[in-house]
Design a protein around this ligand. Structure first.
Ligand SMILES: C[S@@+](CC[C@H](N)C(=O)[O-])C[C@H]1O[C@@H](n2cnc3c(N)ncnc32)[C@H](O)[C@@H]1O
Length: 225
């Protein structure tokens, strides 16, 4: 078994950039097509930002979508193959290679009204590291928005406690390999991450899957307290 670590997450994404891009292009993740894409776009646009940073942008669909509303955008990711695709799809866009682990030495040209992680917070230390530094990149009224798997539904049959879980590409194409492990956090732990790092939560949204009646994701909107 591969180790359960933040490094292994990056290794996995290095290997799966091409099938991930294909999955996004073919809209093959049903919950994204049905509701979670629109849910995160709405959560961002509701704030009426003028600037937006998509942290862990992947092939950049959300950066492009928000940019299409005339909002200044930055997309960053640690996987160079994904960034290459993002730049190809959006030649005038602003994309930079950046690992969460290097956030403390990053100097963007400006602060942001919204910093957003859409299903891109997977690990443990890397996520803790983001929370330690992210407030310094926000404008005065800026918000840090996270969409992630809903802990209640993602927990499955395992105990509802924080901890590393083995990854799976179940439901994805056979082109995917070496699934990334992920660090499970309860709803309470996500709240503590925000509150323990100088944020208050202005909203929590739970988009309900129209087919299952269960929350497909959870969206946290945090602002500096
Ligand atoms: C599930 S994808 C989501 C991509 C995009 N946000 C979207 O909504 O399609 C997770 C993304 O997180 C990025 N990621 C994971 N760990 C990272 C790290 N330590 N630093 C930067 N990006 C990371 C991956 O490279 C991948 O693009």
């Amino acid at each position: 078994m591969h180790e359960l670590s933040d490094k292994e997450i990056i290794k996995s994404w290095e290997l799966n950039a091409a099938p991930w891009n294909e999955a996004i292009e073919n809209q093959s993740i049903e919950s994204r097509k049905l509701l979670t894409n629109q849910a995160i776009v709405d959560a961002v646009l509701d704030q009426q930002p003028t600037s937006f940073w998509d942290l862990g942008c992947g092939e950049g669909w959300l950066t492009r979508e928000i940019g299409s509303h005339g909002i200044k955008t930055l997309g960053t990711d640690v996987i160079s193959d994904l960034l290459e695709i993002a730049r190809r799809k959006d030649p005038l866009g602003n994309y930079e290679l950046l690992a969460y682990e290097d956030l403390d030495s990053f100097s963007p040209k400006q602060n942001f009204d919204i910093i957003c992680c859409n299903f891109s917070l997977i690990g443990k230390e890397s996520v803790d590291h983001i929370f330690t530094h992210i407030a310094s990149f926000l404008s005065a009224e800026g918000k840090f928005i996270i969409q992630t798997l809903h802990p209640k539904t993602a927990s499955g049959d395992e105990d509802y406690v924080d901890g590393w879980r083995k990854g799976s590409w179940a439901g994805f194409s056979e082109d995917f390999c070496r699934p990334a492990p992920w660090y499970f956090r309860t709803i309470d732990s996500w709240k503590k991450l925000y509150r323990g790092n100088g944020f208050q939560l202005s909203d929590i949204r739970e988009p309900i899957h129209p087919k299952t009646g269960l929350p497909a994701s959870i969206i946290f909107l945090g602002e500096r307290s």
